[in-house]
Design a protein around this ligand. Sequence first.
Ligand SMILES: [Cu+2]
Length: 127
Amino acid sequence: MHMFTRVILVIMLVLAAPVTSALAHSMLVKAEPPRRAVLTKSPTHVRLWFNEKIEGDYASLVVLDAQKQPLTDAKPTLAPDDQKSIVLPLPELAPGKYSVKFRVLSVDGHVVESTFDFTVKGDAQRK
Ligand SMILES: [Cu+2]
């Protein structure tokens, strides 16, 4: 039984190997606020964590309001304590839906880009 389990495990590892290497490029591992978060107050910043170091000079991170207008002209910066993470400070946000759009270049030259939304809930949305 033990041997059988090990054989299965080896087969699974072999099958998983090509998939793992295809996914080895930079990807978003964590976001703050998280995807589709519903917040009760304005976040002070957006922070994204990746699985690889990011080229800070080429990172782009914008937050758009419901009218697709950027909230700030500020550029994201590498987090001082973590080169896999970028941060964008935010102004006070009114209640509403916001989208985060990012595009980063990892040190291995791969571009990662994606978009996600979050919502700030407030008095204006209470009915
Ligand atoms: Cu890569």
